[in-house]
Design a protein around this ligand. Sequence first.
Ligand code: TRP
Length: 357
Amino acid sequence: MQVSNQSFAEAQEASSKVLADIRADPTTTTVLTGDRPTGSLHLGHYFGTLQNRIYLQKLGVQLFVLIADYQVFTDRDSAAGIGENVLDLLADYLAIGLRPEDCHIFAHSQVASLNQLLLPFLSLVSVAELQRNPTVKDEIRASQAKRLSGLMLSYPVHQAADILFCKGNVVPGGKDQLPHIELARVIARRFNERFADGSSYFPEPALLLSQAPSLLGTDGQKMSKSRHNSIAISASDDETISMITSAKTDSIRDINYDPQGRPEVSNLLLLGALCSGQLPEQLAAEVGNRGAAGLKAVVADCVNEYFRDIRIRRQEYRSDPAYLLSVLKAGNDYATEVANETLGQVLSMMGMDYRAG
Ligand code: TRP
């Protein structure tokens, strides 16, 4: 990741301040977060971002959760399975505790006026700026796509529309979101200068960095579905056991927490600790000299115990697509109302309010 340490330190400091402001007065905060519907969510998502959404929901902020379906096409041609992926995501969301009465879950393909904001926003950025975005550059390098799509280059502008249509002022995310949030701020600022007489029509959104330590996959690499090293929230007990049993470890029998020296063992300890509410050191002491096999058995138990109820709820939701789609429709309808209002104001500020009616 090419985000410099200095800008990361600044972002961390800014992020602590954002959190303090939200706690002081949640009613002035509109949070927008989202995921691409590319499959079920995994434990890295859960401890990295999803738990935090539930926390923000409890605080009482206005919370929009976006199923970023258009973004799936940045680096792939096929829409195969996208409908099922959307249902999987909805079931995950509800099972972990997002409540349709307390947040708005919507898909951007279903909110036409949100997408139209992309056009004025594209006019506010240069091609060179888009080409410089370090996260996009990383993704282009990692992608197997034979050609670079225009959508890949411009999706950060689309994200600005996702955030600004609802005047979102806080966006939870990781370090990789920093360049995107910076671009959204630039777009808000330029729009305000150019079309809103320098007023603060669009807020400049702030990144709320995740505080959670990040979990590695079972191979010790970054956890990701495409690397087949992740445990899905929806995994069965047996799948969980088999993933954890196959995890990379070392051959030292005495188990201790040493993230630098023993990253794979420590990652399992961290996972077990997050699930059992202990410190990783305590869990290590509990396993003692029972080696990797003992550690894996204990961690698998912790995970299965923690996710038992969530998984039961998830299955119930997933077996009721009509209900899931009704939740999505309510979110889409609400987001459409908000986006229509914003787009109407935007067109009017741009001098394009000559529509009849
Ligand atoms: N890029 C995010 C992801 O891949 C999803 C997303 C789309 C998003 N639009 C956003 C996140 C706006 C935050 C704000 O998971």
